[in-house]
Design a protein around this ligand. Sequence first.
Ligand SMILES: [Zn+2]
Length: 501
Amino acid sequence: MDFTRNRIPPVALLLLAAALSAPSCLAQNSPQMPPSPAALLDQLNAMISGGKSAWTPEQLSVMEKLRDAAMKDPYALDQLRHLTSNIGPRLSGSPQAGQAVEYVAAQMRALGAEVTLEKAKVPHWLRGAETAELVSWPGQTPATTQKVVLTALGGSVATPENGITAEVIVVDDWKQLSALPAGAVKGKILLFNHKFDKELAAEGEGLDAYGGGVVYRGAGPIAGSAVGAIAVLVRSVGGADYRLPHTGLTEYAPNVPKIPAAAVSAEDADLLADLATQGPIKLHLTLTPQTLPDADSFNVIADWKGTEHPEQVVIVSGHLDSWDLGTGAIDDGAGVVVSMQVIHLLQKLGIHPKRTVRCIAWMSEEEGSEGAAQYMIDHKDLIANHIGAIESDLGADHPTGIFYAGKPALGQWLRPIAQILDPIGGERLVSTPETGEDIGGLTEKGVPSFAPIQDSRYYFNYHHTAADTFDKVDPKHLAENAAVMAVLAYALADSPDPAPR
Ligand SMILES: [Zn+2]
């Protein structure tokens, strides 16, 4: 990743110091004279901001107002409390997801935004019973079992109602699986024990740590089924040590039998792996989820209409659906409420940018991004009118800046915005190929896209677990995220020329 930290180059400071200390008689009208301090300040500013700012001083001061208002305003936090504690988990197709759609729409209408509910078919999967016990292992005390903590993966098929009992084969990765003798997994339960890279997460690269493990959660059941396993377990993709299983979407392939799939806590994965090195182990596994017919649901679209180019839109967004174990505070209630906060601040401060600011609460990101896919179909002829798209979907911890995807020129263009965000510690500008799952389609079509760079050191401790609850969101950090969203959205929506693309 390209990394641009918005600091004044030391050489520029030296130049400035030299100019400021030069006798003023030297700065008379001769073309041979060194530049005046004022001209040097302009040059210095150009070095910092990468050239002429795309915004007027008045627009930059509006950005400062938005930033400062966001830091003081409890709107996003209040909305998050309602979405998580009052409405609760918002699984695709569930009554709570439906209630959340109505709620966000009503809140946006109350601010004077033009609200549209855009229909999308979404999966409707229901969690059932999920239990597992070791029933046979080396050194077992007769007539005892050991509980194994797990949770069904989203989309998983069920075991028979009374469960299955089978030997567990443990592998760390694809390589170990392919090295097993033919038939070694047939009729057995296969555990992928790929460890989450906590050191990588601690260094701030939580998303990369997640990426290393999530492939087993996604494709494990296909690989397991292909070699004859009757169920697949994956070690939870997450960082904390509180015996918490992390759910998430799993996948099946058309011509491979669907087998039940669950995530075990990291501690239980270690237990199974350790005992399996001592001798055969057997597990009794019961999962009874159901997959109901796809349900009708909606993306909530709330437009704060532009004054000069209402047809041109800048998206601010998060996804409204969540997994069902917790209440979806960090994933991704936070992303939705900081997007709602943008509309709230524009209304409260009476700001009407040239272009339309479109708040979107996406539906069903967790179960396949069906809402976003439908948006790309419904708006396929209007992509050129999408001037920029922002999604917040990496929690609500302190944002250190802005991820951007698009032309390299975007980095320079963003520099004045980075300066506005510097006082809240949000001055980094980092180029990345992807900014958010729901805006991925727009990114692919060349729409400049953005995301706050949230501190991801702790995000994957709670992600997709029962511990993703309202208390995990720090009000100050949430406000900082709202500030990033509001400043960036306004900058995109009011610049004289659209962002480079
Ligand atoms: Zn998410």
